[in-house]
Ligand binder design. Structure first.
Ligand code: SF4
Ligand code: SF4
Ligand code: SF4
Length: 212
């Protein structure tokens, strides 16, 4: 992979000042009867949108820190119209949007919902990695703690089911999971409730619950 261009502190500060981001918990349920995917909060956001477009991830295109998929940024309503007009997005169906989110969850990416600062309406649903995303890099590298807020959910660990395989450690972009003396250590204070660990656990030892 050829070297990309890293974000500067100033650029990331500008993003954090203009946008607010919240992690969106992944709770993928395949309902066998109807063969539809329910993605909890994300699906609700998508269903409420009149237009959805997909475009390439600007952060990974620029930084090139990993090989995660590029065609993953979902734009809703006005943002979709803008991106289509600029030639950066193409309209997709709800099913295609949900398929994109399932694919990016499998790739271990975190779903973030972005709104303009001070506004409620979600403009983008992004599928982010900690090496390229301006938002996660801003938080982890520069301590911009206003870059991102946690979802209303939090991971809950069932130590009786966990066999300490460590698979979830790499999946957590927020370093809330680590191995110590061959045992999994989960730091709930560092958890953003994205649910990426949950969908990789072979023992079903992780669940998401409403944050107290
Ligand atoms: S915020 Fe996330 S998905 Fe959106 S462009 Fe950046 S890394 Fe890509
Ligand atoms: S432990 Fe990490 S991967 Fe799991 S929900 Fe929390 S932040 Fe996400
Ligand atoms: S993936 Fe599941 S079983 Fe493996 S260490 Fe993590 S919580 Fe435990």
């Amino acid at each position: 992979m050829s070297a990309g261009k890293k974000w500067t502190k100033k650029e990331i500060r500008r993003f954090a000042d203009e946008l607010s981001a919240v992690t969106v918990s992944v709770n993928i349920v395949v309902e066998a009867k109807q063969k539809i995917l329910s993605l909890g909060q994300v699906e609700k956001l998508l269903r409420a949108s009149k237009k959805v477009a997909v475009g390439d991830c600007e952060c990974r295109t620029r930084v090139r820190g990993c090989d995660a998929p590029l065609d993953v940024c979902l734009y809703l309503d006005e943002a979709a119209k803008e991106q289509i007009k600029k030639g950066f997005g193409k309209e997709i169906t709800l099913e295609q949007a949900i398929g994109t989110l399932k694919r990016t969850n499998e790739a271990g990416l975190v779903h973030l919902a972005f709104a303009d600062k001070g506004k409620q309406d979600t403009r983008y649903i992004c599928s982010c990695c900690s090496c390229c995303c301006h938002c996660i890099v801003g938080m982890q590298k520069y301590g911009f703690n206003d870059s991102l807020v946690s979802s209303e959910m939090i991971a809950v660990q069932n130590d009786d089911l966990c066999d300490d395989c460590g698979l979830c450690v790499e999946r957590c972009h927020f370093k809330a999971r680590r191995m110590a003396n061959d045992h999994l250590v989960f730091d709930a204070k560092g958890c953003f409730g994205c649910g990426v660990c949950l969908t990789s656990c072979p023992q079903d030892a992780v669940s998401l619950e409403k944050r107290p």
